[in-house]
Every structure is written in C-alpha cells, then in structure tokens.
Design a protein around this ligand. Structure first.
Ligand code: SF4
Length: 460
C-alpha cells in the first residue's frame, strides 16, 4: 500500500484498502474557521439537535483567520458565532481573536491596518497555526473545512479539506465515508540550488500534470531529496496538492518531522503519542515522476490558473502593479527571510504588501537581527507595507477593506497558492504565483524577475 492507503486503512480498522474502496474513516482532528465554521455549526445543530454535543471536544480545533481584520460587521459576527459555540461545547482549542470569552469581536479601522489588534490566543492562518500549536501528528487523520488542509500532509498524516455538510457530520460522529484515492508518486532527488525554493518545486509539478492533473488523487512526495527540505518547505509543497486537484499530499516521516512535531506538542500540551506510517515495498502508483531538485529554476504560474507554468527568466516582459508576500503557503518565517535577503538594501518600486501567516512569524521577524536592524525594519525600509495583523488577508480577496486586496484590475506577483480570476479581489486582476524570492526580485524591478539576478547582492 502507499502512504495514503496505509493511513486510511488504519483509520478504517482494515488490514488493507485499495484505490476506489469506500471506507468509514475515524477522524483524529476536525478543524474549522470563521468562514465555514458558522455553516458547519448550523449543519451540526440541524442534524443532531440544538442540544447535541460534539463527538470529542478535544479533537475539535477552531481557528478564526480569514475575514478578521475588516470592519465588515457580518464577518466580525462570524467570530462571535464561533465563540458562542466554543463556550456552549466547552472546547479547549479555540484560538480567539480577543481574550474576553464573553466579548464581541469588532475590528477598529481607526487604529489603521498595520498595528496588531488581536489578543493573546490568536493563532493566525489555520494551516500554519495547526502545526505550530501541536495539532498535526504523523499517522493521524485531519479533516478541515478548507481546501488547503492538505498542507498537514507534510507531517506524514492524511489531511484533506471537506465541505460544511461533511464537517457537520464529523462533528456529530467523528467519522466520514471516504473513497480511497489512487496515489501519484513524486520522487525527489538532489538539492535545491540558491534562489530556488520549495514553491518552485510544487509549481513545477503542477505545471507538469496540469491544474486538474491530480483530481481526487493522493500526491506522495518521497525520495532522497526530501531530507534537504525543511518542514516549512514540505508544508509549502503539500499545501498546493489541491492546486492540482489532489485529495491530499503526503510526505514520509523522518527525524526532522519528529523533532518539529514533538517540540510543538510538548510546548502546547497537546498529545505527544503518535504512530507514523512507513513506505511498503509493494506500493502501486497511478503516475510516477522523478524530479531532480538541482535542475529546477525559479518558476511562475501565470494567470489564470496554477498550472500555467513558465520560468521566471522568460517573463521579464510582464510589468507588474503589485507584489504580495503572505498566506499559509508563502507567509512563514522562512518565506519572509528569503524575501528579505533579496530586498535588503534595495527599494521596491511597486506597491508591495507583507502579511505574516501567524503572530509567531511577526515575533520572529521583529526579533531576528541582521547586523543592527531587525528583519522587520529591513522590510519596512525597503518600502514593503507590513502588517502585524497576521491572517489570510488578501490571499482570497475578502471584504473591500482587506489589507492588500486588489480593488482595481491590477497585475500582481504573489507568494500565495491560487490565482483563479478574482481570487485576490477584482475579477479582472491577474495573479502570478511565485516563490517569495521571485516575488521580492520582481517587487524591486517592477517586472517578473528571476531572483538569481540578485544573489550576489547583500546577504545576511
Ligand atoms: S492564507 Fe489563503 S490559502 Fe491559506 S487558508 Fe487563508 S485564504 Fe486559504
């Protein structure tokens, strides 16, 4: 069996499963957020009754992150609905925007968009927050009401996005009927070269198979090249499995996975016991691709979908209006450090927005020093508009007052993960997906630029 088949077989209590089998799978964690949480809660109450209790209050994780820093009152109200449900159910894992469990969330635009407006429990973008808060464990099953839930496959677990109806059912029963996906195999060899990032690797793979090339399939990433990828890198790759239509993305377990997971679970007091799955000798794959990481180059997915693969060096004729670094895919500390290495000592020439994925990332950037300045100061001096209000922000557009949202038809290069028309705001805007390094180089020149042109510049 493949890694995904082994994970699903175990969760279904079966010795074996095969692609196409329909199996009842036990959930280890159900995650929901402010956009889908209220709908999920509504389904749960309608189907199980107004007094019903969730199947296991220690397995439900609620993370408001999407439409948070907006004056839109209905979006603010969504966070209150989550808080009421958490109180009623006694859920321990709620990463509220405010500290008062009886309060109401209201964003105050009078304070501006850049200074933090959240309390001490807020965790930022759900997919980055889940591992940071110790909710991703090897061998487990994670369902989330968000398509990029597949990011947690980086931790050797089965993680997939589900709709509100399915999530309402999981809340009541702790299980879900799933069809076992066939697995596509991506064997990674070699090492990424300077200026080339994990984002380039996943854009390369999606370009190879098309933005629907993995529809309802598992994408398994393994091979000797994985050892040179950090956990942040693996998260970036697994995150974008859905951009090829994948059901999930999954990595092998190794010492890096163990160190990351153990540290986060201990720090947050979440369960520390888990059993990873290992590769079998008799895996059967629906597709196989070997990628030599050392041969990859900075890659861009052009408008209008993530499969429109080109090399950055071929796109110098495309002039840009905006650059954006952020999101679960491209807003981690390591993403901002790569971005900062390029813009350090330079100035961006187009509107450039930086949105850290989590408050932890804000803290990292404000405390890491490169000589006399923090990384945050270096970014601001380069002209990047940084916000401390970590969250999804303009990655998916959001209400019109969302930080970095495109309210007019602009061309934007973005470290986010999805570029279908209208994704970041105006439906006639164009989004080009790239690594944080490529976004930074392009922000400095105002056109799509291969970041290797800047490698000889100042470094940390
Ligand atoms: S940052 Fe973007 S992709 Fe990630 S969860 Fe938020 S909206 Fe979705």
């Amino acid at each position: 069996m493949t890694l995904t088949e082994k994970l699903l077989a175990r969760a279904a209590g079966k010795a074996e499963v095969a692609p196409g089998d329909n199996v009842w799978v036990k959930a280890d964690i159900l995650m929901t957020h402010d956009v889908c949480g209220p709908g999920t809660i509504g389904v749960f109450k309608r189907e199980f009754g107004p007094q019903a209790k969730v199947w296991d209050r220690h397995r439900v994780v609620i993370i408001p992150d999407h439409y948070i820093f907006t004056a839109d009152s209905r979006s603010n109200r969504n966070v209150d609905i989550l808080r009421e449900f958490v109180r009623e159910q006694g859920l321990p894992y709620f990463y509220d925007v405010i500290d008062d469990p009886n309060g109401h969330w209201t964003f105050d635009p009078g304070q501006g968009t850049s200074q933090r407006q959240y309390g001490s429990h807020y965790a930022g973008v759900c997919h980055t927050a889940l591992p940071a808060k110790g909710h991703t464990r090897p061998g487990e099953i994670l369902f989330g009401t968000d398509s990029h839930t597949c990011m947690a496959g980086a931790f050797n677990e089965f993680a997939t996005g589900i709709g509100n109806t399915d999530a309402g059912f999981v809340l009541g029963t702790g299980k879900l009927l799933l069809k076992v996906p066939a697995t596509m195999h991506f064997r990674l060899e070699g090492k990424l070269q300077p200026g080339v990032m994990a984002k380039d690797l996943i854009l390369h793979c999606i370009g190879q198979i098309g933005f629907d090339g993995a529809t309802y399939r598992a994408m398994q990433f393994d091979g000797p090249g994985v050892a040179g990828l950090s956990m942040d890198d693996r998260m970036t790759i697994a995150n974008m499995a859905i951009e090829a239509g994948g059901k999930n993305g999954v990595f092998e377990f190794d010492a890096q996975t163990q160190a990351y997971v153990d540290a986060r679970c201990r720090l947050n007091g979440t369960p520390t016991a888990y059993t990873p799955v290992e590769r079998d000798r008799d895996e059967r794959f629906a597709y196989e691709l070997t990628v030599d990481l050392s041969r990859l180059e900075p890659t861009v997915a052009c408008h209008p979908n993530p499969g429109q693969r080109r090399l950055a060096k071929e796109l110098g004729h495309i002039r840009l209006d905006r650059a954006y670094v952020g999101s679960c895919t491209g807003g981690k500390t390591s993403d901002f450090l790569e971005f900062a290495r390029v813009v350090r000592g330079r100035r961006v020439v187009i509107d450039t927005f930086g949105v850290p994925a989590t408050p932890e990332v804000v803290h990292d950037l404000q405390s890491a020093r490169w000589e006399s300045k923090t990384v945050w100061e270096i970014l601001v001096e380069a002209g990047v508009q940084m916000t401390e209000n970590a969250g999804c922000a303009a990655c998916l557009g959001g209400p019109v007052d969302t930080f970095g949202r495109m309210n007019t038809p602009l061309k934007c290069i973005s470290a986010t993960n999805r570029n279908f028309p209208g994704r970041m705001g105006h439906k006639e805007s164009q989004v080009f997906l790239a690594s944080p390094a490529t976004v930074a180089a392009s922000a400095v020149t105002g056109k799509i630029t291969d970041p290797r042109e800047f490698l000889s510049g100042p470094t940390a």
